[in-house]
Design a protein around this ligand. Structure first.
Ligand SMILES: *Cc1c(COP(=O)(O)O)cnc(C)c1O
Length: 370
């Protein structure tokens, strides 16, 4: 008897969910933001693993597009940027914290200094860094009153730029925008000849155009809408699709999922997909009696999630979808051209930033374009 070869089972070969990341769309988004930012230089914020899409491929694609300046939040991310690129200019948003300035200086990473103590500690290195002033967010950054003392300390190292961060840039009529822009202008008065940076993604689209010398988009690069309430000017970058694992028909009065939280009001066709909250589909995407649930695109029909999202599974009401598209083995789309990250976020009572940064780790990630 000859032994049969063991069947090959590789992760990724026959998975039930797929995240495609379109690096061409990412590059196009950066190009558009760079054009809007000009004459300011456009950087890229790649913190939180490139907003969940994968720091390394995102970094390589943006570098190929001409981006040279990158922002990360923490040291582990700075190390990852350095491992890919020796010459990228890297800023560490969360500042010096406990880290030894010498270690960062040796890596060629530039901290964004957030307190006078950090500025004083960094001055020893004589290496370039940026200063962050808080202009109304009350989160992180030097106080405007620290400007002259900070300037004095910063004479001992090359000051790359002075920055602040907008709290409400997504809402162009919020009066805090004008107050922050004015407060930042006053701080810049103490730093003649020093470059400045204020705008995140949404800041680039503000009517005041507070682009200064360097813009810092993150969310919009990854396809998020920097102009909430208006049409999204960016291209979608992520597509999340899942395969239908099973279908069934239930009658009116039957229930679906944990806690029997949803009851069919008509004879209903259901499709179960292998994607749940462990994959970043928020539990709150289930909706509740007061609120519509999120939807998946089945064929060309938007079909609502029904019942509670489970850890690894969720159920869609496909009664209104064409039968062929709602069959076992067919793919449905949770994020893509039609359903953007902002749409899923809105139906899930969160923001698209959280949707992106919580995208699951266990399904296949495929990078396309680039
Ligand atoms: C995260 C971050 C950004 C990017 O903001 P987006 O809204 O994603 O464009 C810019 N600046 C600072 C200081 C940040 O923390």
């Amino acid at each position: 008897m000859t032994a049969q070869p063991a069947p090959v089972l590789e992760p990724g070969l026959d998975e039930s969910a797929l995240l495609s990341i379109n690096l061409s769309a990412l590059r196009q988004n950066w190009r558009d933001l760079a054009r809007l930012s000009a004459p300011a230089i456009c950087s890229a914020v790649v913190k939180a693993d490139g907003y969940g899409l994968g720091l390394e491929p995102v970094l390589r694609a943006l570098q190929a597009e001409g981006c040279t300046t990158f922002f990360v939040a923490v040291i582990s991310e700075a190390l990852r940027v350095r491992a890919v690129s020796r010459d990228a200019t890297v800023y560490l948003l969360n500042g010096l914290a406990q880290e030894t300035p010498a270690g960062l200086a040796a890596l060629g990473v530039r901290p964004v200094l957030n307190t006078l103590a950090e500025v004083a500690a960094w001055a020893e290195t004589g290496r370039p860094a940026a200063l962050h002033f808080d202009t109304g967010m009350n989160r992180l950054g030097l106080a405007p009153a620290d400007a002259s003392r900070a300037l004095e300390l910063a004479r001992r190292f090359p000051l790359s730029f002075v920055m602040s961060h907008l709290a409400c840039a997504g809402d162009p009529v919020d009066p805090l925008n004008a107050r922050q822009i004015a407060a930042f202008g006053a701080i810049l008065g103490a730093f003649p000849g020093v470059a400045a940076s204020l705008a995140n993604s949404s800041g680039i689209f503000l009517p005041q155009r507070p682009h200064c010398d360097l813009t810092r988009p993150g969310y919009a690069l990854y396809g998020g809408n920097p102009t909430p309430g208006r049409a999204n000017p960016m291209r979608p970058v992520v597509r999340l699709a899942a395969r239908i694992l099973a279908t069934r028909e239930i009658g009116a009065g039957e229930q679906v999922g944990y806690d029997a939280a949803w009851t069919a009001t008509r004879p209903t066709r259901l499709a179960t997909i292998g994607l749940g909250y462990a994959d970043g589909l928020p539990l709150s995407a289930s909706g509740d009696p007061t609120r519509a649930p999120a939807a998946a695109e089945v064929g060309e029909t938007l079909c609502p999630f029904v019942g509670r999202i489970s850890m690894d599974l969720s159920v869609i009401d496909v009664t209104d979808a064409p039968e062929g598209a709602a069959a076992r083995g067919e793919w449905v789309e949770i994020l893509g051209e039609r359903i953007g990250v902002d749409d899923l976020a809105e139906r899930s009572q969160t923001i698209g930033y959280e949707i992106l940064t919580r995208l699951g780790r266990r399904y296949v990630r495929r990078y396309v374009g680039g």
